[in-house]
Design a protein around this ligand. Structure first.
Ligand code: FRU
Length: 481
C-alpha cells in the first residue's frame, strides 16, 4: 500500500468516527439496506460470491454528501441478509484514479478475486482522462493495485467507464459504457485470455445501431447476463426524453433482450425495457451466485436536481442500495423478486387478515409500522381505485379501469406530490418492503417494481387501505441487518 493510499484511508476512517453519532441517530437511517457509514453512496460495484462469501462494494465519497473522488466501500455477508462492514477496498490514491475509483465489477480466477474499475482523472483545464484498472486480492479483503490495463481507444470521448467482465468458453469478455465522438451512448466490447491484456472488439450496441434510433448521449454501467437462454444487456442510458409513462426520471436503467454471437462478437438486441417504475433506481449490477441465481442490486438514488434536498444530508449521509433481487426471465420480460434469504429479517410469525373493503379507508389490527413486509395475495379489485397509503407520506394507487398502477410521494425539493405510473394487465399480488425511509413494491410477483425513498414523519406508523377490494394480507415486522 502506498503512503497516499494509507493516508486517504485514514482520513476516511476518521470521518466515519467523527460522524458516527449524528449518522446513527438519524430517524431516516435504514434498518436493513446497505448504506454508507458517512457521506454519499452511489452505484453497487464488484458484486460476487467469492469462496462462499457474498461481497458488495459500492461507490463512496466519505468526505461529503456530494459526488467526488470515489472510494470503494465494502460489505460482506454469509447469507445476503446480514452484512458486515469491511475495510475500504479501494481509495483514489494513484495518478490514474486521482479523481475517483469509479464503478466496476469483480470476477474470480484461479482462486483470486479481480476487481476491474475505472480510474477517473480530471485535468486542470477541466478535461477528463479515463483508465480501466485492475486490483487483485487473495483473501477478498485486501487488494493490490495493478494500475491501468486498458487505455481509451480511438473514436470515444473520455466518458468511457464501468467495466463488466465475464467468462465464456475459456475467454474473458469486458464491456464498457461509452460515448462516441459524436455523443451517442454505446457499449464497447473487449476480449482477453489472461485478464491483463485486452483486445478491442468493437461496439455491440448503442444509439443509432441495430435499428435503435436516438437513444441518449452516454450509456453507463453496462452488464450482460444470461437468463433462460437469452443474452440480456442492461444499461443505464443518459439523455432519453420522457415519453408518457416512460423515462420520467433524469436517467434510466433498463435492458435489451437479445442474442450474443460469440463467434462474431455481435449482439442483436430487442426493444429497451425499463427495470423500475419508481423514483430512485439507477446503475444496477447483477452477479450469479453459487446456487446459480442471478441477483441484482441497484442504487436507490439518482443524481438529479433534487438529490441535494434529501433530508439525510443534514445528518451527513445520503443514499442506499436496494434489497437484493433474484431475476427470472419469463413471458418475454425480467421478473424481479426479493431473494428468499430476506425471510431471515422477519421478527415474528406474521399477522394474517382475510379482508374485504368497501370504499372507506381501512386499517387492520397489527398492520402498522415503519420497517414492515406486506404481502397481498388473491387480490381482487372490484372496480375503481384501490389504494394503500404508507405513513401518510406516499401512496400506491391502482386504477382498475385504466389498468394503471402509480406511486405518489412528496418531492424532496418542492414538497409537491409527484407520480410515476406503469400499465399492468391486471393486479393479483403485491409484495412490499418498507424501511424507515424507503419503499420497494413488487407487483404481480415481480412483473413490475417501484423503488423509492420517502421521508414520512418518523412517528407515523399508519398503513391505510382504501377501495373496493378483497385480499389476504400478511404483515411481518422486519429487524435490523
Ligand atoms: C453511475 C456513475 C458511473 C460512474 C460512477 C461514479 O452512477 O456515473 O458511470 O462510474 O457513477 O461514481
Amino acid at each position: 500500500m502506498t503512503e497516499n493510499e494509507r493516508h486517504l484511508m485514514q482520513r476516511a476512517y476518521e470521518e466515519v468516527k467523527k460522524n458516527h453519532d449524528i449518522v446513527q441517530h438519524d430517524p431516516y437511517r435504514l434498518d436493513y439496506h446497505l448504506m454508507p457509514p458517512v457521506g454519499l453512496l452511489n452505484d453497487p460495484n464488484g458484486l460476487i460470491q467469492y469462496k462462499g462469501v457474498y461481497h458488495v462494494f459500492y461507490q463512496w465519497n466519505p468526505f461529503n454528501t456530494s459526488h467526488g473522488a470515489k472510494f470503494w466501500g465494502h460489505y460482506t455477508s454469509a447469507d445476503l441478509a446480514h452484512w458486515r462492514e469491511e475495510p475500504i477496498a479501494l481509495a483514489p490514491s494513484e495518478w490514474y484514479e486521482k479523481n475517483g475509483c469509479y464503478s466496476g465489477c469483480a470476477v474470480e480466477s484461479e482462486g483470486k478475486l479481480y476487481l476491474f474499475y475505472t480510474g477517473n482523472v480530471k485535468q486542470e483545464d477541466g478535461t477528463r482522462d479515463t483508465y480501466q484498472c485492475l486490483a487483485v486480492s487473495s483473501d477478498g479483503i485486501h487488494f493490490e493495485k495493478h494500475g491501468p490495463i486498458l487505455n481509451l481507444p480511438e473514436g470515444y470521448t473520455a466518458h468511457f467507464r464501468d467495466p463488466k467482465v465475464w467468462k465464456e468458453n475459456n475467454r474473458w469478455y469486458m464491456i464498457l459504457g461509452a460515448q462516441t465522438k459524436d455523443e451517442k451512448g454505446t457499449v464497447v466490447l473487449f476480449t482477453s485470455i489472461d485478464l491483463f491484456h485486452w483486445k478491442e472488439a468493437g461496439r455491440i450496441a448503442g444509439a443509432g445501431m441495430n435499428g435503435l434510433g436516438d437513444f441518449g448521449y452516454m450509456w453507463e454501467c453496462p452488464d450482460l447476463l444470461q437468463l433462460n437462454g437469452k443474452d440480456i444487456l442492461m444499461v443505464s442510458p443518459q439523455g432519453l426524453e420522457s415519453n408518457g409513462h416512460l423515462y420520467n426520471n433524469l436517467f434510466q436503467s433498463g435492458y435489451f433482450v437479445g442474442e450474443f454471437d460469440y463467434e462474431k462478437n455481435k449482439y442483436q438486441p430487442g426493444p429497451f425495457v425499463e427495470l423500475d417504475c419508481g423514483f430512485d433506481f439507477y446503475a444496477p449490477q447483477t452477479f450469479k451466485d453459487e446456487t446459480g441465481r442471478t441477483i441484482l442490486y441497484g442504487w436507490m438514488g439518482m443524481t438529479d436536481e433534487n438529490e441535494q434536498y434529501q433530508p439525510t444530508i443534514s445528518r451527513n449521509w445520503v443514499h442506499a442500495l436496494t434489497i437484493p433481487r433474484e431475476l427470472e426471465y419469463k413471458n418475454g420480460k425480467i421478473y424481479q423478486r426479493p431473494v428468499m434469504e430476506l425471510v431471515k429479517l422477519r421478527k415474528d410469525k406474521g399477522i394474517v387478515h382475510h379482508v374485504k373493503i368497501h370504499g372507506q379507508p381501512a386499517q387492520f389490527d397489527g398492520v402498522e409500522g415503519k420497517t414492515v413486509e406486506l404481502v397481498l395475495e388473491a387480490l381482487n379489485v372490484n372496480e375503481g381505485n384501490f389504494q394503500i397509503s404508507f405513513r401518510n407520506e406516499a401512496s400506491l394507487i391502482y386504477d382498475s379501469s385504466k389498468k394503471e398502477i402509480s406511486l405518489q410521494r412528496k418531492n424532496f425539493r418542492t414538497c409537491l406530490q409527484e407520480t410515476r405510473t406503469c400499465s399492468i394487465a391486471s393486479l393479483s399480488m403485491l409484495h412490499i418492503f418498507m424501511d424507515q425511509s424507503s419503499l420497494e413494491i413488487f407487483i404481480n410477483d415481480g412483473e413490475e417494481v417501484f423503488t423509492a425513498r420517502y421521508f414520512p414523519n418518523p412517528k407515523d406508523e399508519t398503513i391505510t387501505f382504501q377501495g373496493n377490494a378483497s385480499f389476504s394480507l400478511t404483515k411481518w415486522g422486519l429487524g435490523k441487518l
